[in-house]
Design a binder for this molecule. Structure first.
Ligand code: SF4
Length: 501
């Protein structure tokens, strides 16, 4: 703690080197709380710290400095690109210059941001001239430029191609999509850019990511393959008020018309290019059946755009149930045909379609199977947009998934934001949080806490109020919360910026 006092105190490094920096007690207290948390060795399950502190307090350095100095392998996850840029271009260079010259840190992005060398080789060798010509015509990028770029790039990150449009259809075909990846069977595995990113990330102490990447990584980790991030001990979630929505999206299930059409188009194209109808009659039959039943199924959905309840629609349109079963059966039949063909043609493209086909079948089951009252853990809905129709099951409570894939794997989690308590006073917050009454306030973390394993830290839970700290009032209260009402254990501290109520 002494070290944090020195760094964040009136004569500390920040006061000496950051122009117009004013030593703030709240910032120092937050840094001390993070340092204290990261000194714990007893996880997993993760010990957690929730910090609410107003904008301008200097939260970013208050968690970055103790995290770097702890030597822990850590991931910092933010919601916005701006905050990531600030951390990478301002905070990390400052920490390197004054505190940790050897700090290795990098930004890791979602896999779709990197070029897939295997897809690139397949498409350039397969005479996909229309695809590249269309990209040139739309002003996206020329093949010559792409080739020149690939000669000098290190990670083939699309951010290095400013002319590429966000919706580039060429990029969709050549980026590292999970469902195209052959993993260790890939002939380009040793030179794969994504693997390079993974190797480089494994050598860094600090990784900066966005919440979407972190949650997609946790979601694929749940399924056991395909993760981008190496193992880490600590996660800091900044802008944590966005977490619940993002987590729900990644731990949910979806099945869309676009996914189905895309899968069918890719398989048909592969079948045409490797022998055509005569050679792959069964695959063509399987995709034609699937396309027909898919159309009949989706055409029964009402035309108005927007989001609607799926159980209500199934109740009003009972014919959807046998159609859904037929769609599921056709996906299974197609998967069987792909598997049989992949066994015969080991160098063919068939294996890459299998997980896609199976995932879609599983998602359809998860979304449309009528749950019992006890199993009713998801909200099931469909959304019609201009070009697509998507069926979705969103978990009501993401805490169970987070317990399994995050808290059970790491040692520490820090959640911070300026707006965690949604403007409601600390008294209300603590009452609701600690004693498990129904709360509209911050329900996500309340649910996490109430589901946590028992822990010895309950006796020393410390609630800090930063506003009161700033005014010099006594605001640290040690709460004895080891009652049966509070089973939430690894949560050791809360720091709030709102006044006591
Ligand atoms: S390993 Fe996967 S991502 Fe990498 S080049 Fe091969 S197919 Fe592409």
């Amino acid at each position: 703690m002494e070290q944090m006092k020195e760094i964040f105190g009136p004569a500390g490094i920040l006061s000496r080197h950051v122009p117009e920096h004013e030593a703030r007690l709240g910032q120092r207290k937050m840094a001390e709380a993070v340092a204290k948390l990261l000194a714990r060795q007893d996880g997993p399950p993760a010990a957690c710290l929730i910090v609410e502190a107003e904008t301008g307090l200097g939260k970013t350095l208050a968690y970055l400095i103790p995290t770097v100095l702890s030597g822990r392998k850590a991931v910092v996850s933010t919601n916005t690109r701006n905050l990531q840029d600030q951390i990478l271009s301002r905070e990390i260079p400052f920490i390197r210059e004054h505190l940790a010259p050897d700090l290795k840190a990098m930004c890791v992005k979602g896999r779709q941001n990197y070029l897939c060398l295997h897809r690139w080789h397949q498409l350039t060798a397969g005479g996909q001239q229309e695809l590249f010509a269309a990209a040139e015509e739309s002003g996206d990028i020329t093949t010559t430029k792409l080739r020149a770029w690939l000669k000098k790039t290190t990670f083939a990150d699309r951010a290095e191609l400013p002319s590429l449009s966000g919706s580039s259809s060429l990029w969709q075909k050549i980026c590292c999509q999970t469902h195209f990846c052959l993993g260790s069977d890939c002939p380009d595995h040793s030179r794969c850019y994504l693997n390079k990113v993974r190797r480089e990330a494994a050598t860094c102490q600090l990784l900066v990511v966005n919440h979407h990447l972190l949650f997609s990584d946790l979601a694929v980790r749940r399924s056991g393959y395909g993760e981008v991030l190496p193992r880490y001990e600590t996660v800091v979630f900044d802008e944590a008020h966005h977490l619940e929505d993002i987590a729900a999206q990644f731990f949910g299930f979806s099945f869309s018309r676009y996914q189905l059409v895309d899968l069918i188009a890719d398989i048909e194209k592969a079948a045409r290019e490797s022998g055509g109808k005569r050679k792959h009659k069964k695959i063509f039959t399987a995709v034609e059946n699937l396309a027909g039943i898919g159309e009949r199924f989706f055409n029964l959905f009402p035309p108005p755009k927007g989001r609607f309840s799926l159980p209500d629609l199934f109740a009003a349109q009972p014919v959807l149930v046998p159609l859904k079963d037929a769609l599921r059966a056709d996906l299974e039949f197609l998967a069987d045909q792909l598997e049989l063909t992949a066994e015969k043609e080991t160098d063919g493209p068939w294996k890459q379609f299998l997980p896609r086909c199976e995932d879609m079948g599983d998602c359809l089951d998860q979304i449309t199977t009528q749950p019992t009252a006890e199993q009713n853990s998801h909200v099931r809905w469909f959304e019609r947009s201009e070009k697509n129709l998507t069926l979705t099951a969103t978990p009501i409570d993401v805490a169970t998934d987070l317990q399994k894939v995050l808290f059970a794997q790491v040692q520490h989690c820090v959640f911070t934001s300026a707006t965690l308590s949604a403007g409601v006073g600390f008294g209300y917050f603590s009452r609701r949080l600690v004693f498990q009454k129904t709360a509209r306030l911050f329900p996500f973390l309340r649910r996490l806490i109430t589901k946590s394993e028992p822990c010895s830290m309950c006796q020393t839970a410390v609630f800090l109020n930063l506003t009161a700290l700033a005014t010099g009032k006594n605001c640290i209260r040690k709460l004895k919360i080891c009652s049966s009402a509070h089973a939430g254990a690894p949560w050791c501290c809360l720091l709030l910026s709102k006044p006591w109520s």
